[in-house]
Design a protein around this ligand. Structure first.
Ligand SMILES: *Cc1c(COP(=O)(O)O)cnc(C)c1O
Length: 401
C-alpha cells in the first residue's frame, strides 16, 4: 500500500547570494546588531565541546562575564538560545507553582517574565508603568509591601518603547530590604551603560548576545547571586524543563561535564565579544555609547523630528523617534532599507521607529550613514526635515564631548 507515496524530490533552491542583498545592509535596528570581525571569525570555529580547550574558553567566558555583570558571584551560566531562553531559565528555576511574583511592566519585553511566571503556575501580579515613564521606586515598594512577592522582575532598558528604568538601583535595594529576589533583564543595556549587579543587590541578570554585547544571536548569559543560586539548590521538585534546568547546566558551565552539546561556535563568538569589552573597559564603552547616542539624538532633533521619550527616562541604547503624521513604521523602514541599505526597526505597539545604539552601532561612520539615510528617507517620503542642520548637530555633538 505504499505505491501512492511519492519520493520527495530535490527542491529548487536559490543560493544565499541570490537571496541576500547584493550590498549588505547596515544593521541599525533594535538588534541583531553588526558584529566585529573578530567575533565573526571566532564564530566559525568548531572544536570538541568537552575538551580541555573548551574548558579553558568557558572559564574565561565566565570570568569576563563576571566583570561585565560586575559580580563576584561564580554562578554565570550560558544558554543555547535567545535572551528569552535565559529569562526562562531564571524564571523556571527560581519560581514554583504558587510562588508570588511581581512583574514590573514597562512594555513588550518586561511583561515577558510575567508571562513565563504564569506558565509555571506562579501567582503573578503586574505593576504596569505608563508608557513614557520609568518605574517609580515608591510605587514598586508599595506593591511589594502589599503583595509580598518572592521575586520581582524589571527591565533596565525597555527596548520596545525606549524607556530607561533609571531607578533600577534604588528599586533593587528596596526589594532586597523586603527579602525579594530581584531579576533584571539587561538584554539591550548590558555593557552599554552601568549595571552593578553586586553593588545594586541584583540577584539575576540576563543578557543576550545580539544587542549590547555586539555578538551573534542565539547564545545568552545569565548570572545568579549566591542567594538566587542557593534558592535553586534548595528546590525539591524536579523541574519540568530539562534544557533549562540550572542544576544540569551546572555540569557543563561549572564542572566541565556534559549537559547538551554546547553551542561551541557561539561561545567562541561570545568569548571574543566579551574580550573586546574587557579591552575597551566598561568605562570606555559606556562613554562611547553615551557620546554616540546623545549625538544621534541631537542630530534627529536638529532635523526637526521628535524623540518619543523625554530626556529623564530616555534610553540611550535604542532611540525612539516619533513617526511623522501620515506615515507608518513600515513606510520608513522599507524605504530606508531598500534605497539607503540601512536597516532600522519599527516598534511593538508604539508610533515610533527605533534606531539602535548598541555595540558596533555606536561608531561615528555608522552614525553619519544612518542619520543621513534617515533624513533622506524622511525627505523622500515628503516630510519637511532640515537634513543639513541635523547632520551638523550630529557633528557638533560628537566634537563637543
Ligand atoms: C531583545 C530583548 C529581549 C528578547 O531577546 P531575544 O533574544 O529576542 O529573546 C528581551 N528583553 C529586552 C530588553 C530586549 O531588548
Amino acid at each position: 500500500m505504499t505505491d501512492h507515496v511519492k519520493t520527495v524530490q530535490i527542491p529548487s533552491i536559490k543560493s544565499l547570494d541570490d537571496i541576500l542583498p547584493r550590498e549588505p545592509l547596515l544593521m541599525m535596528g533594535a538588534g541583531p546588531v553588526p558584529i566585529p570581525e573578530r567575533v565573526a571569525r571566532a564564530n566559525s570555529v568548531v572544536i570538541n565541546h568537552l575538551g580541555a580547550v573548551m574548558a579553558q574558553v568557558i572559564d574565561q567566558v565566565k570570568s569576563m562575564a563576571r566583570y561585565v555583570f560586575q559580580t563576584e558571584s561564580p554562578w554565570v551560566i550560558g544558554v543555547a538560545g535567545p535572551a528569552s531562553a535565559a529569562m526562562e531559565m531564571a524564571v523556571v528555576n527560581l519560581l514554583s507553582s504558587g510562588d508570588r511574583f511581581l512583574c514590573i511592566n514597562n512594555g513588550f519585553f518586561s511583561s515577558r517574565m510575567g508571562e513565563m511566571a504564569e506558565r509555571v503556575g506562579a501567582d503573578v501580579q503586574t505593576l504596569d508603568v505608563p508608557v513614557h515613564c520609568a518605574a517609580d521606586p515608591d510605587e514598586v515598594e508599595r506593591a511589594i509591601e502589599a503583595f509580598q512577592p518572592k521575586a520581582i522582575s524589571l527591565v533596565q532598558g525597555e527596548t520596545s518603547n525606549t524607556v530607561f528604568n533609571h531607578s533600577l538601583e534604588e528599586i533593587a535595594k528596596r526589594a532586597k530590604k523586603h527579602g525579594c529576589l530581584v531579576i533584571v533583564d539587561a538584554v539591550c543595556t548590558l555593557s552599554t551603560m552601568p549595571l552593578k549587579m553586586d553593588q545594586w543587590q541584583v540577584d539575576v541578570v540576563i543578557t543576550g548576545g545580539q544587542k549590547g554585547l555586539s555578538c551573534i544571536p542565539g547564545v545568552s548569559l545569565v548570572a545568579f547571586s549566591d542567594e538566587a543560586w542557593g534558592t535553586i539548590q534548595m528546590r525539591e521538585t524536579v523541574l519540568s524543563h530539562w534544557c533549562f534546568d540550572v542544576k544540569l547546566a551546572e555540569n557543563f558551565w561549572h564542572k566541565h561535564g556534559y549537559h547538551y552539546t554546547a553551542p561551541v561556535s557561539g561561545i567562541m563568538a561570545l568569548h571574543e565579544a566579551l574580550k573586546l569589552v574587557c579591552e575597551e573597559t566598561l568605562e570606555g564603552r559606556f562613554a562611547r555609547h553615551e557620546r554616540c547616542s546623545k549625538a544621534l539624538q541631537a542630530g534627529i532633533e536638529g532635523m526637526g523630528l521628535d524623540l518619543f521619550i523625554d530626556q529623564a527616562s530616555r534610553l540611550n541604547s535604542v532611540v525612539g523617534v516619533k513617526i511623522p503624521h501620515g506615515l507608518s513604521a513600515a513606510d520608513i523602514c522599507t524605504h530606508i532599507s531598500s534605497v539607503y541599505k540601512v536597516e532600522i526597526a519599527g516598534s511593538f505597539g508604539q508610533p515610533i521607529v527605533r534606531i539602535g545604539q548598541m555595540g558596533e552601532q555606536c561608531r561615528e561612520h555608522n552614525l553619519f550613514r544612518a542619520l543621513h539615510a534617515f533624513g533622506s528617507t524622511m525627505r523622500d517620503l515628503g516630510v519637511s526635515v532640515d537634513q543639513p542642520l541635523g547632520m551638523a548637530h550630529l557633528e557638533a555633538a560628537l566634537q563637543s564631548r
